[in-house]
Design a protein around this ligand. Structure first.
Ligand code: IPM
Ligand code: MG
Length: 348
């Protein structure tokens, strides 16, 4: 398997180094390549997703991605900002299905922003659509008739886009606890009404999965009131972005949530859901566990290697149960020490 490592910006290179330790410890039969992406690529080439990086991504079997985002480029034209690298990769590679699992690791009951008995019940999967919505619609600034500046971003979903993500979500639910909650804002948005109609149509193919619908504001509330009620949640690009950050704090830290971005084949891009965290970059205190758990998802979904995926997840669960904690979880272990602990657990 050819894996392209795109470390990116901020804490990206630090956490990627820990994932590489795990690759080495497992002696995985993989070929690694590297390329520039995000602000690092902007600085070197003037573009956040250089043609060479995109070509390597298209040729790879899987991409392990750190993070992009660099305050030095916050004021450049939007299409040249570091974030465009990840959006461009998702679009160019047709990675429309973003899986973001959130489960409370045992030992972290008191780290959640929620009460321990509420947090303990969390074992959910957010299936976020990744190629459409307001993220990719026409956008711009214009001047109104009265001479005011106005910003706009068009939200839209076509039925084929909804149908394909609905199938991914129903299949995921069929393999879990057979409950799917579709999150939308159909009481206000036409885009959401179509979303809901199409999800109901697709449900006919999955009689064993119980489908429910929830407005996004209610879903945000339910996620902190009673997150244990959720099994699989399917939602659009924008709502999924927001709800997955919220879910991360319900299980203790955004430094723990991994994700897989998948298309029609087995090629995928795997990344922590968090960003480049420029405020802590270079300090050696970032949590590498979301990055390491993203490697596990890579092995499962693109590598067909469930055994090593499960080994990595068990090692992470073990070090957390043993009390290993970085700064994000109120502890003192640094990035490298946490990576070393995972490697020791794998070898142990
Ligand atoms: C995420 C991130 C990205 C997104 C940013 C970096 C463009 O927040 O993966 O959740 O909004 O999708
Ligand atoms: Mg996000």
């Amino acid at each position: 398997m050819n894996i392209l490592l795109l470390a990116g910006d901020g804490i990206g290179p630090e956490i990627m180094a820990e994932a590489e330790k795990v690759i080495a410890a497992l002696a995985l039969p993989v070929d690694l390549d590297r390329a520039l992406v995000g602000g690092a690529a902007c600085a070197a080439t003037g573009h956040p997703l250089p043609a060479e990086t995109l070509a390597k991504a298209k040729a790879a079997d899987a991409i392990l991605f750190g993070a992009v985002g660099d305050p030095r480029f916050d004021n450049v034209e939007r299409h040249l900002r570091p974030e465009q690298a990840i959006l461009g990769l998702r679009a160019e590679l047709g990675l429309f299905a973003n899986l973001r699992p959130a489960k409370l690791f045992s030992g972290l009951e008191d780290s959640s922003a929620l009460r321990p008995e509420v947090a303990s019940a969390i074992d959910l999967l957010i299936v976020r659509e990744l190629n459409g919505d307001v993220y990719f619609g026409e956008k711009g600034t214009r001047t109104t008739a009265s001479g005011e500046r106005q910003g706009y971003d068009i939200m839209s979903y076509s039925e084929s886009e909804v149908r394909r993500i609905a199938h991914v979500a129903f299949k995921a639910a069929a393999g879990r606890n057979k409950r799917l909650c579709s999150v939308d804002k159909a009481n206000v948005l036409e885009t959401s009404q179509l979303w809901r109609d199409v999800v109901i149509e697709v449900a006919a193919d999955y009689p064993d999965v119980a489908l429910a619908h929830m407005y996004v504001d209610n879903a945000a509330m339910q996620l902190v009131r009673n997150p244990g009620q959720f099994d699989v949640v399917v939602t659009g690009n924008l709502f999924g972005d927001i709800l997955s950050d919220q879910a991360s704090m319900c299980v203790g830290s955004i430094g723990l949530l991994a994700s897989a971005s998948l298309g029609d084949g087995t090629r995928g891009l795997y990344e922590p859901i968090h960003g480049s965290a420029p405020d802590i970059a270079g300090k050696g205190i970032a949590n590498p566990l979301a990055m390491i758990l993203s490697l596990a998802m890579l092995l499962r979904h693109s590598g067909g290697d469930e055994a090593n995926a499960a080994r990595i997840e068990a090692a992470v669960a073990q070090i957390l149960a043993d009390g290993c904690r970085g700064a994000d979880l109120g502890g003192t272990m640094g990035t490298a020490a946490l990576g070393d602990a995972v490697v020791a657990a794998l070898n142990g």
